[in-house]
Design a protein around this ligand. Structure first.
Ligand SMILES: NC(=O)c1ccc[n+]([C@@H]2O[C@H](COP(=O)([O-])OP(=O)(O)OC[C@H]3O[C@@H](n4cnc5c(N)ncnc54)[C@H](OP(=O)(O)O)[C@@H]3O)[C@@H](O)[C@H]2O)c1
Length: 321
């Protein structure tokens, strides 16, 4: 089978299309014929050798995708050959076939295509835990969603609105701002002076929570945009890691600071399935829109990752088989 391998840590050029032996499922595992593959910042950080998820190269690339079960290992009870499944944590997902643990797989409901499922599972679970669990948005809350036209951003904006929140969306271009408004954002603003603008929009108070996946470039101003006892939710670092934080920066407004990751909010199969049931159900009902911003053939994985990191994309990027 064809698969993309990270040959060493480095730029997109270290991704190599290789012929690899067909995998086979062990106990508790599924073999899946892959149809669509999600491209994520996690893949970029891993390729660069930075961030939380770093494996020693060479190793197969990717973690997310959707497809059809072609064989099941011993002891599998929830799935059978022919079932459509989606996953956000199966190493080696940039491939024609992948082994997925039964617990990491979620069934794709009727009415949701494999492409849409692959485009939604990682960012959808993330947007769900951020808005529902990390800082549970209440009716009338003001929140800032940074990079609101991105993969997580568009889904988070829609889920925040479902919960009755009021969303101030930051984006870098007017085209992206229009997408954020389409997702329900109440206000769209640029990054220059966003904290001051957020305070103006909230009658001088500041917002209840900032969801920040940008990191270095926005972190300090995000703290400044919060009201007393507000929540700073730093969930990513698209512009780089922010510098170490002096705890006393939180004093003046008794702020909360958290750095959540999917691994702690989808700790077991039950939690993952609970979240997925919510947002896949909303998608199937036509209540949550998933924007696919680009499709690339498997062999163009390097281009897809370069585009994602370049800040030029909107919504979700997919590799297709
Ligand atoms: N903690 C978790 O569980 C978890 C899970 C999934 C993803 N994440 C994180 O969530 C963030 C968003 O992921 P995504 O896949 O949905 O990406 P994305 O939002 O589609 O793309 C990143 C966006 O960030 C903005 N950005 C600002 N400064 C940037 C810079 N220097 N370089 C690149 N982008 C910059 C850009 O939007 P504008 O041009 O509008 O500024 C860009 O489009 C990433 O930090 C990712 O690591 C975290």
């Amino acid at each position: 089978m064809r698969a993309i391998v990270v040959t060493e840590h480095g730029g997109p050029e270290v991704l190599d299309l290789q012929d690899r032996p067909d995998p086979s499922p062990g106990p508790g595992e599924l073999l899946v014929a892959v149809e669509a593959i999600g491209v994520n910042f996690r893949d970029v950080y891993e390729r660069e050798g930075k961030g939380t998820h770093v494996s020693e190269p060479p190793h197969p690339a990717g973690v997310e995708g959707a497809g059809t079960v072609s064989a099941v290992g011993e002891g599998v009870t929830r799935f059978a050959e022919g079932d459509r499944v989606v996953w956000s944590n199966a190493p080696g997902s940039y491939a024609e076939q992948v082994v997925v643990s039964e617990d990491a797989a979620v069934g794709v409901p009727d009415g949701v295509t494999s492409e849409t499922a692959a485009a939604a599972i990682l960012q959808g679970t993330t947007a769900h835990y951020l808005a529902v669990s990390t800082y549970p948005i209440q009716e009338g809350d003001w929140v800032i969603v940074h990079a609101a036209a991105g993969g997580v951003g568009l889904l988070l904006t829609q889920i925040a609105k479902r919960r009755g929140g009021r969303v101030i969306a930051t984006t870098s271009t007017e085209e992206k701002a229009a997408l954020a408004r389409g997702a329900g954002a109440d206000e769209t603003i640029g990054y220059d002076g966003f904290a001051e603008r957020a305070r103006e929009l909230t009658g001088g108070e500041g917002v209840h929570a900032v969801y920040d996946g940008i990191g270095a470039d926005t972190f300090d101003e995000s703290l400044a945009a919060l009201r007393p006892r507000g929540y700073m939710v730093l969930y990513g670092a698209a512009s780089g890691q922010p510098p170490p934080v002096e705890i006393k920066k939180l004093n003046a407004k008794s702020l909360f600071l958290t750095r959540p990751t999917l691994s702690n909010y989808g700790r077991d199969g039950d939690e993952l399935r609970m979240r997925a049931a919510d947002f896949l159900g909303w998608i199937a009902a036509g209540e949550l829109d998933v924007r696919i911003g680009g499709r690339y053939p498997l062999e163009d994985a390097a281009q897809a990752q370069a585009d994602l990191a370049s800040r030029a994309t909107t919504g979700k990027l997919l590799l297709t088989i």
